[in-house]
Write a protein that binds this ligand. Structure first.
Ligand code: KIV
Length: 276
């Protein structure tokens, strides 16, 4: 199977086939996500919350992102890998934004980048596209704007903000992004946007009518012990299983029942006998 491309994703929208996307941050999980046939892997800056233990995504750096994107790329053959541009990596200047987007491609081996924002990011996105780097847009509840929003609140519930999100989606489409993440917006608004633009929409907390869906892998596998948003479905509940295994390991180490004979390596007695 060939790697998923921007063209194959656009084709999926035309054929009304849904797009699957998950986050991953390391080699082991990325290999599994890839083997499961998920179309896109986002090395999200949610890395900050679920892997690095920060309160939000604002502390995540380009170097953090490159380190984890490299690991994810090593674990994938088929999925399109999207590197998530962290806070301040594309806000200071367009030149810096292009350079940072380029690091995801050149240093880490990703196939595309994602950045948050609508109309106000169009010039930056165009410059990144000029460098031949495919871009995923991200609008609605954009977590890097948490302080401006005054918390993680659903966006687009009133006329003014709903209108702004539609304008953002259209501006990103015109700028040339190949897909748009719609996060934390009402289902019917996401449906309307999905119907009105030609690029695939990928929803998270945006209902069932988007062209695709994305979730944070630690949330959907039930591995994250912090706050889990209402829109997350736990497709597995690994946390109790992991806790059970860890407790059993501790008990067996303390009881001396692990390791057992079969977990050790042999040495011939004659070698032992000749030791001095
Ligand atoms: O960082 C992330 O995981 C994301 C998704 C929530 C879309 O941006």
């Amino acid at each position: 199977m060939a790697r998923i491309t921007t063209t194959s994703l656009k084709d999926k929208k035309l054929k009304k086939e849904k797009i699957s996307m998950l986050t991953a941050y390391d080699y082991s999980l990325a290999s599994m996500v890839d083997a499961a046939g998920i179309d896109m892997i986002l090395v999200g800056d949610s890395l900050g919350n679920v892997v690095l233990g920060y309160e939000n995504t604002l502390s995540v750096t380009m170097d953090d992102m490159i380190h984890h994107t490299k690991a994810v790329v090593r674990g994938t053959k088929n999925a399109m890998v999207v590197g998530d541009m962290p806070f301040l990596s594309y806000h200071v200047s367009i030149k810096e934004a292009v350079r940072n987007a380029g690091r995801f491609i050149q240093e880490a081996g990703a196939q595309s980048v994602k950045l948050e924002g609508g109309v106000e990011r169009v010039d930056t996105i165009k410059a990144i596209l000029d460098a031949q780097i495919p871009v995923v847009g991200h609008i609605g509840l954009t977590p890097q704007s948490v302080n401006q929003f005054g918390g993680f609140k659903v966006q687009g519930k009133d006329l003014e903000t709903a209108q702004k999100i539609i304008q953002d989606a259209k501006a990103l489409e015109t700028a040339g992004v190949f897909s748009i993440v719609l996060e934390g917006v009402p289902t019917k608004l996401a449906k309307r946007i999905t119907e009105e633009i030609t690029v695939p929409t990928i929803g998270i907390g945006a209902g069932q009518y988007c062209d695709g869906q994305v979730l944070v892998i630690n949330d959907m596998l039930g591995m994250f012990t912090g706050h889990i948003p209402k829109f997350v479905k736990k497709f597995a509940n690994l946390q109790p299983l992991i806790m059970e295994a860890l407790k059993q390991y501790k008990e067996e180490v303390e009881a001396g029942t692990f390791p057992a004979e079969e977990h050790g390596f042999t040495i011939q007695d004659e070698v032992l006998d000749r030791l001095y």
